[in-house]
Ligand binder design. Structure first.
Ligand code: FES
Ligand SMILES: [Fe+2]
Length: 402
C-alpha cells in the first residue's frame, strides 16, 4: 500500500453544509444519482444458497427480488407485477419454483419470464414474452451481491477498481456468515461512512479497541474525488492476534495469508454502502441502507472460514461482542452528530490532516450529487455530548453458515 498522503487535506478544508445531512430534497438527489446509478451492495450470496431461494431487498425506494435461478445464476428483479403493479413477493425471504403474484396469480419463472396469466389469451396485443419481471443488473464480488438500477450500467469491476486485486489473497468469497446484527441508526448514511473513515475518535469512545490497535497506527491509501473506495489499514498491537476484547487467537488465520497481512486489519468503505473490515481470521461487513435523510439501517455481519465453522464449539462471540460494543459507540456519536447538524448553530468545521478520507468522501458526494467537481475544501467533526438510549436492534447469531 502506498503511504498516506497528508497533502490530501488542503488548508482550510471544512465539513459539508448541513443540508447534505438534513434536507429531504438533497437526500432524494442522492438516492437518484448515487443509489440509483451505482452498484450497491445488498448482502451476501449465502442468502440464496439453493435454486429457488429468494430474498427481498431495497435500493433507494425500490423493492427488489434477488433469486437464485440456477446453481450458477442469480437474478434481481423489480418486485412489481406486470399486470397491475402489485408486489409479487411479500415474505422477506423464501423458496419457490416460480414467483406468483398474490393478486390474480400471474406467474413468473425464476428467470423472470411470465409463464402464466389466467384469463389472458396470447395475441391481440397480449404477449407474455413482453411482460416479464423488470430486470435489475446483478453481480457478485467475493460473495457480496451488488445491484445496479441503471439501464445499462458499466461492469461492477469498473466500479470496484483496484479492490479485487488488493483482496484476492484473503479469498473472501469462500467465507460464510457466522453472525449478524441489524441496527436502526438515527443518522444520515454519510455520517456512518465518515465515522468509519477515521480513528481520531477511537481513544475517546472506544477504550476496548484502543487496547488492541493504536489509533494512529497504519496508513490510508491516497484518495480523490474519483475514488470508488476509501480505506487503509491499522496495526494490531504486539501480542494481539485479532480484534476482540482480549485480542486472543481463537481461530486459524485465513488460508493463504502471509505473516505481514496477519498483523493488520484493513478497513475499506466500498462506495456507496459497503464497509469491509478484513481481519486476519474473519471478515466483518457493514451494509448501509439509507431509510430516510436522518435514518440508516446498518446490517453488520461476521464471516468465517468454513473449516473453522465446522469445528466443534465454533463460537463467533469474541468478534461479535467486540464489534457490537464498538458499533454502538459509533452509532451513538453518529446520532449525536445528526442532532447537532439540525441546529441553527451548526456551521462547517475544520478537518485535520488525519481526516483526509472524509474530505475525499465529501468531494465525491458533492461531485455525485451536484454533477460537478467540488473545488472548495470541505470537512466534518463529531462531538461527544450525552448518551441517548432506546435504539432498536435485531440480533441473530448463526453458526451454520447457511
Ligand atoms: S396485479 Fe399481479 S396478477 Fe394482477
Ligand atoms: Fe469508531
Amino acid at each position: 500500500m502506498e503511504p498516506h498522503d497528508q497533502a490530501g487535506v488542503p488548508a482550510g478544508a471544512t465539513t459539508l453544509p448541513a443540508r447534505y445531512y438534513i434536507d429531504p430534497a438533497h437526500y432524494a438527489v442522492e438516492l437518484d444519482r448515487i443509489f440509483g446509478r451505482m452498484w450497491t451492495c445488498v448482502g451476501r450470496v449465502d442468502e440464496v444458497p439453493q435454486v429457488g431461494d429468494y430474498t427481498l431487498r431495497q435500493v433507494g425506494d425500490e423493492g427488489l427480488i434477488v433469486v437464485r435461478a440456477a446453481p450458477d445464476r442469480i437474478h434481481a428483479f423489480y418486485n412489481v407485477c406486470r399486470h397491475r403493479g402489485t408486489r409479487v413477493c411479500d415474505a422477506p425471504a423464501g423458496h419457490a419454483k416460480r414467483l406468483q403474484c398474490p393478486y390474480h396469480a400471474w406467474t413468473y419463472d425464476l428467470d423472470g419470464r411470465l409463464v402464466a396469466a389466467p384469463h389472458f389469451e396470447e395475441g391481440d396485443g397480449f404477449h407474455k414474452s413482453e411482460l416479464g419481471l423488470g430486470p435489475v443488473a446483478c453481480d457478485i464480488w467475493e460473495g457480496q451481491v451488488f445491484l445496479n438500477l441503471a439501464d445499462n450500467p458499466p461492469p461492477l469491476l469498473d466500479q470496484l477498481a483496484g479492490l479485487p486485486a488488493k483482496f484476492a489473497p484473503w479469498r473472501l468469497g469462500e467465507l460464510r456468515r457466522g453472525a449478524r446484527v441489524v441496527y436502526d441508526v438515527a443518522a444520515n448514511w454519510k455520517l456512518i461512512i465518515q465515522n468509519y473513515s477515521e480513528c481520531l475518535h477511537c481513544p475517546v469512545i472506544h477504550p476496548a479497541l484502543a487496547k488492541v490497535s493504536h489509533y494512529l497506527s497504519g496508513e490510508n491509501e491516497p484518495a480523490g474525488p474519483d475514488s470508488t473506495y476509501l480505506g487503509g489499514r491499522m496495526d494490531l498491537r504486539p501480542g494481539v492476534a485479532t480484534m476482540s476484547l482480549d485480542g486472543r487467537a481463537r481461530r486459524a488465520n485465513l488460508p493463504g495469508l502471509d505473516g505481514d497481512a496477519c498483523r493488520h486489519v484493513y478497513y475499506y468503505a466500498v462506495l456507496p454502502n459497503l464497509l469491509l473490515s478484513v481481519h486476519p481470521d474473519y471478515l466483518m461487513t457493514h451494509v448501509l441502507r439509507p431509510v430516510a435523510v436522518d435514518r440508516t439501517e446498518v446490517i453488520c455481519e461476521w464471516h468465517f472460514h468454513p473449516d473453522e465453522m465446522a469445528r466443534p464449539g465454533f463460537d463467533p462471540a469474541d468478534a461479535v461482542e467486540f464489534w457490537d460494543l464498538t458499533n454502538r459507540q459509533d452509532w451513538h456519536v453518529s446520532e449525536l452528530t445528526q442532532l447537532g447538524l439540525k441546529s441553527r448553530a451548526y456551521t462547517p468545521g475544520p478537518y485535520s490532516d488525519r481526516e483526509e478520507l472524509l474530505h475525499a468522501f465529501d468531494r465525491w458526494v458533492v461531485a455525485k450529487a451536484e454533477g460537478q467537481k467540488c473545488d472548495e475544501p470541505q470537512m466534518s467533526s463529531s462531538v461527544l455530548l450525552r448518551l441517548q438510549a432506546g435504539r432498536k436492534v435485531r440480533v441473530s447469531y448463526r453458526s451454520d453458515g447457511s
